[in-house]
Design a binder for this molecule. Structure first.
Ligand code: IMP
Length: 196
């Protein structure tokens, strides 16, 4: 396969970067993170959908660097909460919220609720220097546990019981999670789009 482009990932999350390199490495000459290029920016996620936020981030970094840029926007959607926290997943318990605060708020909101169905969704956007944008979406289904199970992964993983794995993402290994995860599925779709 001819590799014609460099790619910069609009993230410093090492887990995401490793996964993206593993799946899309064949398509790009070099893959950089923001820190590889000494870029330290806070991009405001003002969109109302995962697509809008993923595009905002990829476009910003492509314009800033002149390099093809990839971003991921993702979150947890809970049926009984009308899809919340959704695009607000990272800041569910407030602008300065950490994982602990967010997980505690989720458990509180679901107290006494028996319908615990939820999904994780990820949208991957690639923006080329000429302005062309492509997106791919992946969703994985499960339910929210009554308490944390496991320490693996990040964010809401210990509260998310995966239908595919029949265990929490907090217990699953990263290999197990990546095979069925929203981000893994979106990246596989992106791979198909890039192969065309
Ligand atoms: P972002 O797209 O990196 O801003 O992620 C949004 C938020 O969604 C994260 O901070 C997590 O709270 C949540 N999230 C997204 N993907 C995952 C995942 O794979 N596991 C657990 N939480 C996730």
């Amino acid at each position: 396969m001819t590799k014609i482009n460099d790619l910069i990932i609009a993230s410093n999350n090492q887990n995401k970067i490793r996964e993206i390199k593993e799946i899309l490495g064949d398509f790009f000459t070099n893959i950089y993170s923001l820190s590889d290029k000494n870029i330290n920016v806070e991009i405001e996620e003002t969109g109302l959908t995962f697509e809008e936020n993923a595009i905002i981030k990829a476009k910003y970094i492509a314009e800033l660097t002149g390099i093809t840029a990839l971003s991921d926007d993702s979150g947890l959607e809970v049926n009984a909460l009308d899809g919340k926290p959704g695009v607000y997943s990272a800041r569910y318990a407030g602008e300065k919220a950490n994982t602990e605060n967010n997980n505690a708020k989720l458990l509180k909101e679901l107290e006494g609720i028996t319908d615990r169905r939820a999904n994780f969704t990820s949208v991957i956007a690639i923006c080329y220097p000429n302005g062309k944008i492509i997106t791919a979406r992946g969703t994985t289904y499960g339910r929210i546990l009554e308490k944390l199970e496991g320490n693996n992964g990040f964010g809401y993983d210990p509260l998310f019981f995966s239908n595919d794995l029949q265990k929490s993402f907090g217990i699953a290994t990263s290999e197990e999670k990546n095979k069925v995860s929203h981000r893994g599925l979106a990246l596989q779709k992106m791979k198909e789009l890039l192969s065309k």
